[in-house]
Design a protein around this ligand. Sequence first.
Ligand code: TYM
Length: 332
Amino acid sequence: RLRVLSGIQPTAGSFHLGNYLGAVRQWVALQETHDAFYMVVDLHAITIPKDPAELRDNSRMAAAQLLAAGLDPERCTVFLQSHVPEHTQLSWVVECLTGFGEAARMTQFKDKSAKQGTDQTTVGLFTYPALMVADILVYQAHQVPVGEDQRQHLELTRNIAERFNSRYGDTFPVPDPYILKETAKIYDLQDPTVKMSKSASTPKGIIELLDEPKTTAKKIKSAVTDTDTVIRFDADKKPGVSNLLTIYATLTGTGITELEEKYAGKGYGALKTDLAEIVTDWVTPFRSRTQEYLADPAALDTILIKGAEKARTLASETLKTVYDKVGFVPGP
Ligand code: TYM
């Protein structure tokens, strides 16, 4: 079995539809066919200041949402990044293999640090991609299911894997990004030229998975489209309508062409009304499953601790091999 690894940040409130369609949906599918490791990246979360109590709540909330979305602890390994110290231990080795300029070219770092200014930007934000490389390599993952915005970090991961292998001998598979073209980038409902994102979008532009279903329906009905009236997929000329069609097609398993035929001669209103129903039908049970997991935090923590134990077994083997190859004297 090939191995997959991926991670998601614990955010305040809930995941958004971009997270689900771009990443988590694939995680659920891949647990059937792959040796799968999925984590909540709480270590990555503190690269931006976080209130401790909120971080703890958000991490549990994130884990509950992953389980509610369909991750099954019997079929995959679900855990919190901070429970597996090998990530940060391997990260140091990765940092020592990463060029300063190479790290400085990461566009997510450039965007976030430009917004914050250098005094607010932490060294952790700068080394964030090195930790992500370590996350992937410590499991010797073959594939990494993510959205388009993570592609550059995965290119870095591939380069570091190759660099390590050529310097110290074959150790890591060079991991492939697993990015589905159709859902690689879900767009903001109010500005369909930018990705749906908690940090960039207005609340009206993001479908938060734990929103009241009524709010969700309202957001879809007020999505920005265009002055044309034809329901047709054209990402360049009709980004708003195309985004709605993508969401519709993915959640229902219908082809885009089929949808174009179904809505021929109908207005945007009809498309939005139907899509609002489809999305609320999906989020309603998702919300109640999330609440069920959160209602029993002890059981949730047990799932996460078991996951971390499984993850550590593999991660500590990799770390041992790496430390040996790098030339550290065997320790206690
Ligand atoms: P994060 O938490 O920002 O996002 C989680 C996943 O959601 C995807 N995504 C989207 N996909 C499509 N359309 C969108 N609008 C959209 N917005 C977000 C992201 O691409 C991601 O797959 N650095 C990572 C977390 C991470 C990680 C890792 C991922 C840490 N270590 C190791 C893979 C492997 C991040 O911040 O994702």
